[in-house]
Design a protein around this ligand. Structure first.
Ligand SMILES: NC(=O)c1ccc[n+]([C@@H]2O[C@H](COP(=O)([O-])OP(=O)(O)OC[C@H]3O[C@@H](n4cnc5c(N)ncnc54)[C@H](OP(=O)(O)O)[C@@H]3O)[C@@H](O)[C@H]2O)c1
Length: 286
């Protein structure tokens, strides 16, 4: 694991490569590992040096919830572990029953309920980082300022250490920074989905972490001849090259690959030691 660190909010030092827990629950769809494997994946991630774990109270299906797994596997939490969670649009969860309209998750009352659900399930008095997730459906009229102001209020109450935003545009990033200090932006970004290139750079300029979700392709694994060629040159795998490329792209990028497999976890963590050459980067950019 590389020794490179990024200080979220200036004080929470995390390794460049984190871990995303969504896959442990099979939410919103797909297979999930056995409970014992899920717990071991979390414990091994920490043993391998991962100290940035991404989650949410709504990553839950059929009674298997990411926050419960994290708590069972890792509580009492190591001092340097940073758990980043999210609230906002898309809020259905095991213990938060809300009307079907996703946008209701952005009201002050439901943001509070979601923060409280995360506090309760993770078993903490204060959340390290909470991302305000603006959603990816039609959100006409759901401006970011009002819900962010509500979360800022919860931060002032001491329930949240730092704030981030997720599924946002560059314009929303600009507005958000006038409302509250923002330490990270979590959006869809990988070798094949680079619409956010300008936002990655804007975040870097502002000293804000950019956390790409679906770093190895999410539900559509990345596959391309150029990726395979670079992987072949290094005796590496395609996901490892995808992760190494993200780490090389900008120092503020903190990928959070998800997996329910111990072998894939080890492979992904090892990607932090894969140095791509200028020739690799040129080939991957083609
Ligand atoms: N803010 C948001 O709206 C949002 C949205 C989506 C996700 N997220 C967060 O971002 C995290 C990452 O996204 P993700 O987990 O959906 O996508 P991802 O990390 O790009 O991909 C995960 C998928 O790739 C497979 N995989 C991972 N490593 C592999 C390897 N070394 N070799 C082969 N297959 C591999 C996994 O299957 P196996 O289990 O078989 O390894 C899983 O199906 C999530 O866990 C979640 O915490 C946030």
């Amino acid at each position: 694991m590389t020794s490179e660190r990024w200080a979220l909010g200036g004080d929470l030092k995390v390794g460049r490569l984190g871990y995303g827990t969504m896959k442990l629950t099979g939410w919103p769809r797909g297979e999930r590992p056995e409970r014992d494997t899920a717990l071991e994946v979390l414990r091994r991630a920490v043993r391998l040096g991962v100290n940035h774990i991404d989650t949410s109270y709504y990553y839950a299906r059929d009674g298997v919830a990411a926050n419960d797994l994290i708590r069972e596997a890792l509580h009492p939490y190591p001092d340097d572990l940073v758990i980043v969670t999210k609230v906002g649009a898309l809020v259905e969860g095991p213990d938060v029953a809300l009307p079907a309209d996703r946008k209701t998750g952005l009201t002050p009352a439901n943001l509070r309920r979601a923060v409280e659900a995360n506090l309760r399930s993770l078993g903490v008095d204060r959340l390290d980082v909470v991302n305000l997730r603006m959603g990816d459906l039609d959100r006409a009229g759901a401006a970011i300022a009002e819900p962010l102001q509500a979360l800022y209020g919860l931060q002032q109450e001491g329930l949240i250490r730092h704030l981030g935003i997720s599924n946002v545009t560059a314009g929303e990033f600009g507005v958000a920074r006038t409302v509250a200090p923002i330490v990270c932006v979590q959006n869809l970004y990988n070798l094949a989905q680079r619409d956010d290139d300008p936002l990655v750079d804007a975040c870097a300029e502002a000293g804000v972490a950019y956390v790409p979700f679906f770093p190895v392709g999410g539900f559509q694994p990345l596959a391309a001849a150029r990726l395979e060629a670079v992987a072949g040159r290094h005796g590496a795998t395609v996901p490892q090259v995808a992760l190494a490329w993200l780490l090389a792209r900008s120092p503020n990028i903190l990928p959070i690959p998800g997996t329910g497999s111990l072998a894939h976890l080890e492979e992904n963590v090892a990607a932090a030691n894969l140095s791509l050459t200028p020739e690799d980067l040129e080939d991957l950019a083609a």
